[in-house]
Design a protein around this ligand. Structure first.
Ligand code: HAM
Length: 420
C-alpha cells in the first residue's frame, strides 16, 4: 500500500467543515470588497529567496524546491504573499487604481517537523491590502481579521502586535541586539549561532533560547519618529475600536519582508502551535520584486489551526445531512426515483439508492444520512403523480405533488392534500 506523504492530510470526513469555514472567511473578505486571487502553487524559487529572505528558516530549510525538466528551479509556495505580489506586478494591477484588495485560499508547503497543528502541506486563508502606507490600513486589516474570527465563532483569541521598524531605524536595533547577545554566543543553540550573523532578529523567537530573549533590547525603544508615530496611531485606532491587544516585542515573524507593523493571533490551549494567524506591513516588498514602491499590509490564517481551535472550543458547526432521500418501492420505479431526485436537486440536497436496497434498507440508509424527509415512489404514486412525503423527525406524512414537496421541504409549505 502506498501511504500519503508525511505531514500531509486527506480531507474527506472533514471536508464539509472546511467548506463551511472557507465560505465564512470568504464572505467576510467579499463583504469588505476583497477579490479572490488564484495564483499557481509553484513559482520560480528566486521569488521566495528575494521576498521571504535568503536567511530565513523557510528559505534555508523548509522549501520544497526542485528542478523541472527545463532545468528551472521551482518551489512549491511556502506562503501566499510573495506570489500575490508577483501577480500584482505582472498583471499591472496598480494601473487599476489603489488600493487593490485581494484574498487567497489554498495549500502552502513547508518542510517542517510535523506535529499537532504543524504540517508540510497546510492551508492558508490570506488577505492583502495593497497600496496604503497609512496606519488606518493596518487598523482595517486587523479589524477584518477579527471579523473573520468572529464569523466562525472564535472569540478567545489574543492579538499581539509589534513594530519591526523600517530601513532607517532597524539597523540600530540590529546592532543593539548583536551587542546584547554577544556574551552568550557560545551558549546559544546551533541554529541561533548561525542566525546571530545572518538574521539576529530571529533569536528573539527561538524557543530553545527563550530565556535570553526576556531581557533583550526591545525594538519599540529603537523606533524612529515616523515608525513610532505610525505605531502610536495604530494603537490609538485599535483602542478607539475597543480591540484588545498586547504589544509583544518578541513578535518578529519568520519572514524578512516585514516593515513596521507585525501582528499575530494566538489561541489558548493549542500547545506549541498556537499561532492561528499572522501578518504585517511590507512597504518595500513590491519594489524589491521589481515593481514600484507600493506599501501594503496583509495577514494569513492557518486553516488547520482554526479547525483545531474550533474543535477545542467544541464550536465545530453541525453540518446538516440530506434534505430528501428518494425511495423506490421496487426495481420498476428506480428510474422515476432518479428523475425525481434530479428535479429536486435543483433546490435541495438529495440522494437516491444505488445499492439495490429494499424499502426497509432505503429507509434506514435515509436515517443514517440524517435525511430530513423521504419521498416514496411506488407504482400507485407514478400513476397518480401523488408521492408520499415523510418528515423523518416527526413521522408526519403527506400525499403530495412534486410542486408541493418543494414548498413543504423549503419550509414555506402549506398543503391542501389529505394526510396519508
Ligand atoms: P506565517 O505566519 O508564516 O505568515 O503563516 C500564517 C499562518 O499559517 C500561521 O499563523 C499558521 O497559522 C499557519 N501555518 C504556518 N506554517 C504552518 C504549518 N507548517 N502547518 C500548519 N499551519 C501553518 C505568512 O505566511 C504570511 N504570508 C502572512 C502574511 C500575509 N503577511 C502579510 N500578508
Amino acid at each position: 500500500m502506498i501511504s500519503r506523504i508525511k505531514g500531509t492530510n486527506d480531507i474527506i470526513e472533514d471536508s464539509k467543515v472546511w467548506e463551511w469555514l472557507e465560505e465564512k472567511l470568504k464572505n467576510v473578505a467579499l463583504n469588505f470588497g476583497f477579490v479572490e486571487a488564484r495564483t499557481p502553487i509553484f513559482e520560480a524559487t528566486e521569488l521566495f529567496n528575494r521576498s521571504v529572505g535568503n536567511e530565513t528558516d523557510i528559505v534555508q530549510k523548509e522549501m520544497y524546491t526542485f528542478e523541472d525538466k527545463g532545468g528551472r528551479s521551482i518551489t512549491l509556495r511556502p506562503e501566499g504573499t510573495a506570489p500575490v505580489m508577483r501577480a500584482f506586478i505582472e498583471n499591472n494591477l496598480s494601473s487599476k487604481g489603489l488600493p487593490q484588495k485581494l484574498f487567497y485560499c489554498g495549500p502552502m508547503f513547508r518542510y517542517e517537523r510535523p506535529q499537532a497543528g504543524r504540517l508540510r502541506q497546510f492551508h492558508q486563508f490570506g488577505v492583502e491590502l495593497i497600496g496604503s502606507s497609512l496606519p488606518i490600513a493596518d487598523a482595517m486589516t486587523i479589524l477584518l481579521a477579527i471579523e473573520m474570527l468572529k464569523a466562525i465563532g472564535l472569540d478567545e483569541f489574543k492579538l499581539k502586535i509589534n513594530s519591526t521598524g523600517d530601513e532607517k531605524c532597524r539597523p540600530n536595533y540590529v546592532e543593539a541586539l548583536k551587542a546584547y547577545y554577544k556574551p552568550f554566543l557560545n551558549d546559544l543553540c546551533d541554529d541561533c549561532k548561525v542566525r546571530y550573523d545572518r538574521n539576529v532578529l530571529r533569536l528573539l523567537d527561538c524557543k530553545k533560547d527563550a530565556k535570553y530573549a526576556e531581557n533583550a533590547p526591545k525594538i519599540t525603544d529603537y523606533l524612529c519618529d515616523d515608525c513610532k508615530s505610525h505605531f502610536d496611531k495604530l494603537k490609538k485606532y485599535l483602542d478607539d475600536m475597543e480591540i484588545e491587544y498586547e504589544v509583544d516585542p518578541a513578535i518578529v515573524r519568520g519572514l524578512d519582508y516585514y516593515t513596521r507593523t507585525v501582528f499575530e493571533f494566538k489561541y489558548p490551549n493549542l500547545g506549541a502551535q498556537d499561532a492561528i494567524g499572522g501578518g504585517g506591513r511590507y512597504d518595500n516588498l513590491i519594489e524589491e520584486l521589481g515593481g514600484s514602491k507600493v506599501p501594503s499590509i496583509g495577514f494569513a490564517f492557518g486553516i488547520e489551526r482554526l479547525i483545531l481551535a474550533l474543535e477545542a472550543e467544541k464550536r465545530l458547526p453541525k453540518i446538516e445531512g440530506l434534505d430528501i432521500y428518494v425511495i423506490s418501492i421496487d426495481e420498476n420505479q428506480k428510474i422515476e426515483a432518479l428523475k425525481i431526485a434530479g428535479a429536486l436537486s435543483k433546490y435541495f440536497k438529495v440522494d437516491v439508492d444505488v445499492m439495490g436496497r429494499n424499502v426497509k434498507g432505503q429507509f434506514s440508509h435515509a436515517s443514517k444520512e440524517n435525511a430530513r424527509y423521504t419521498v416514496v415512489i411506488g407504482e400507485e404514486e407514478i400513476k397518480t403523480g401523488l408521492y408520499t412525503l415523510k418528515n423523518m423527525k416527526t413521522g408526519e406524512q403527506w400525499k403530495v405533488r412534486l410542486s408541493e414537496i418543494i414548498k413543504i421541504v423549503s419550509g414555506s409549505g402549506e398543503t391542501d392534500t389529505t394526510d396519508a
